[in-house]
Design a protein around this ligand. Sequence first.
Ligand code: ZN
Length: 285
Amino acid sequence: MGIIDTHCHLDLIEGRGENIDTILANASTTGVEALVQIATDLDSSFKNQKLYAQASGKSSIPQIYWTAGLHPGSMEFFDSIDDIFSIVRENYQKPSFLGIGETGLDYFHTSEEEEIEKQKESFRKHLDLAEELNLPVILHTRDDRSYNPEKTTAISDALEMVKSTKVSGVLHCFTYTQREALPFVDLGWFVSYSGALTFSNAKAIQEGAAHIPLANLLVETDAPFLAPVPHRGKTNQPAFVQYTLDFLAELRERECEEEQSLVKETIFANSRRFINLKNEMNSVL
Ligand SMILES: [Zn+2]
C-alpha cells in the first residue's frame, strides 16, 4: 500500500539548499506514490507547472499533482491574483492540476483590519473561481501558535465564507479540534494532518484527530515546514509523511478498536479520492 503526501512545497525545500531529485528519490524509497505540490504565490504557481513538466518527463515516482493560488500570508502580492488565475484557467482541465490554493485566512501573523480585509477579498476571489470551474480548494487557516479555544476566528470566518458556496476541498495542516472540523466535514471537506499532530504539546489536536470521521482524514508534510517527530526541527520532506501517518494510525487504533489495521488503507483511499476530487465534483454536475 502506498502513501500520498497531500501538501508540500518542493520549491521551498529547494530554497533551503536541498536537491529536488534526491528529495523525490527519498519519497519514492519510503513508498510515497504521489504528492501534491502546493502554490503560495504567482512565482510558485508558475514554477509548479514547470516542475510537473520536468518530473513527468522522467516518468518519476512519486506522481506529481499541483495547484495555483495565493497564500493569505502573501497579501503584498495581492495584485498578482489575476495572473495566478490565468494559470488556473489555462491548466485546470489537465489531469495533473488538482485545485486552487493555498488560500484562506491567517490571523496568527496579522491582526491589522486592512490586511484581514485583503485576505478575505483574496479568499472570496479564490472561492468564486473554484465555484466557477468546479475545483477543490486548499484552505489554510491559522489563529494561534497552537490550539487555543479562545482563538478560532480565522476558521469560523472561513466557514461562514465557504457555507455560502458549493465549494469543497481540504482543511490543510489542521490544528484545531473536532468542534471546528465537523461543520466542514458535514459539507464534504477533507481534514489533513501535518507533522504538528506528532508534537508532544498537541494534545487538543490529537483528541480531534481521534474523533473526526476516518473517511475525511488525510496526511501531509507541508514540507519544508513542521517536520514530524522524530525529525522535528529539521527541514521536512515528503518522505517524512510516513511518521505522521504512523502516528495517526496508532492514535485511531487505540481509540476505535474496529478500525484495527484499516486506518492506513482508508487514508490512502481518501487521498486517492482527494486527488480525483475535481473529477468527482464535475461528474455530479
Ligand atoms: Zn503549505
